[in-house]
Design a protein around this ligand. Structure first.
Ligand code: RNT
Ligand code: ZN
Length: 416
């Protein structure tokens, strides 16, 4: 597309949306300023740099597409390239196992901020803020139970790990002058019929209470619920009910991963209920296929509905947006661009809804009119607005990014 075509199409779209009282310039500005946190683990199939223990804890990557990042420098290089193709604001979401351990084995109960100093320097140089995650999986002490383990020694090991991670997150937040969002997801669960469910849940709540008791002003903690993990199919300690209650009573941020619910469950519908009782949401925008398969996020109804709900609930300022998928079967860099662009497109469409009119119809009981307008919105030229957003920010428009990713693959990732 030529520059002139992009501009012309945007002007037409702008007028069309304006006729419904929607300000496309404002929507673009909001899109530009809403951060999306890029999960570092898509670069290397969730391997990290602690050891070669491989993935455990109920999650799995599938595929062996060439070009996986093998070093911290490769992860950073990949993320920089990803950022160069994206408009808007990105953050980088680190897991503890991505620390810069300088070739030494640093156990999870020994990790310190210094292991993330080079990440902080890098993040500053590329002007991105960092988010953080404690890591319960891929470790000899991971087993089936970590923070909910009845063995006090193992439980204490993971409590210490998670406390240290909060301190690291606080230091990252302080250095970047912007709170670091730290997610706690533990895979704790059991494969088969479990009779002591209550005991494990009591232990998890007690561990979390101890971990979260410390006030750390430069970070925010969130806890992630899940339906089940591979090999842990019968029982998940940190289920949705567990964390709903936990977050509501402790005023902790709830992490809503779109892959962590029953396949037919309406994840978007959870937003307005949760936000009545929990302070904020952390979103892990993913795409489940039959199970929590962590496929690349696309612009599907589920993702659109999620962002529409957030905008309709006037809750964008209470939602932290992050991606969470790991596809090792396709170009990993391309997977980031597809997922981030899809997330942006969903948010943009949510921002382009003529909410004043829709609300009025609903209040007046005008069901036909509400449905008709919602249907018409689907074929309005939001694509022209999205193209202009990218054009304005000097990044590839439309499918142009495919060639850019192919070139990076030829020059960089295929040489690995
Ligand atoms: C696992 C959770 C969790 C992980 C990351 C790697 O089911 O979704 O968020 O994907 O911590
Ligand atoms: Zn997740």
């Amino acid at each position: 597309m030529t520059e002139q075509q992009i501009q012309q199409q945007y002007q037409m779209a702008r007028e069309r949306y304006a006729s419904l009282g929607v300000d496309t310039d404002k929507a673009i500005a909001t899109l530009e300023h809403t951060p999306i946190s890029l999960h570092c683990w898509q670069t290397d199939d969730v391997m990290g740099f602690e050891s070669n223990a491989g993935l455990s804890g109920g999650i799995q990557t599938t595929g062996n597409y060439p070009g996986r990042a093998r070093t911290i420098d490769e992860v950073r290089k990949d993320l920089e390239f990803v950022k160069s193709l994206l408009a808007g604001t990105q953050r980088v979401n680190l897991h503890e196992i991505y620390g810069d351990f300088g070739g030494h084995f640093v156990d999870r109960n020994q990790v310190e901020t210094m292991h993330f100093q080079s990440w902080m320097d890098w993040a500053k140089s590329v002007r991105m803020s960092l988010d953080f995650n404690s890591t319960s999986f891929g470790h000899p002490k991971s087993g089936n139970l970590t923070l909910a383990n009845p063995d006090p020694a193992i439980r204490q090991f993971w409590i210490e790990h998670t406390k240290r991670c909060r301190h690291i997150a606080n230091d990252l937040g302080k250095a970047q002058g912007d709170p670091c969002i730290m997610n706690i997801w533990v895979h704790d669960g059991l494969k088969d019929i479990t009779v002591e469910r209550r005991r494990y849940r009591e232990l998890l709540a007690a561990s979390l209470d101890e971990i979260l008791s410390e006030e750390l002003p430069h970070m925010k903690s969130c806890v992630e619920a899940k339906l089940f993990g591979i090999g842990l199919e019968s029982f998940t300690v940190g289920s949705m009910d567990f964390y709903e209650g936990y977050c509501a009573t402790r005023k902790v941020i709830y992490t809503l991963d779109t892959g962590h619910y029953e396949p037919t469950e309406n994840v978007a519908d959870k937003v307005s209920s949760l936000l009545l009782y929990v302070p904020e949401l952390m979103l892990h925008v993913s795409r489940p296929i039959r199970w929590d398969s962590d496929h690349v996020t696309i612009m599907n109804d589920q993702t659109l509905d999620l962002f529409k709900e957030i905008v309709r609930a006037e809750a964008l300022h209470r939602a932290h947006i992050g991606l969470d998928y790991f596809d090792a079967s396709i170009n990993r860099i391309g997977a980031y661009i597809i997922g981030t662009r899809a997330t942006q497109k969903c948010l943009l469409q949510a921002l382009l809804e003529p909410l004043d009119i829709l609300r009025k119809y609903e209040d007046n009981g005008q069901g036909f009119e509400r449905l008709a307008l919602l249907e018409e919105m689907k074929s309005l030229p939001f694509g022209a607005v999205y193209d202009y957003f990218n054009f304005k920010n000097n990044v590839p428009v439309g499918e142009e990014f495919i060639a850019a990713v192919q070139q990076y693959e030829k020059e960089v990732t295929l040489k690995r």
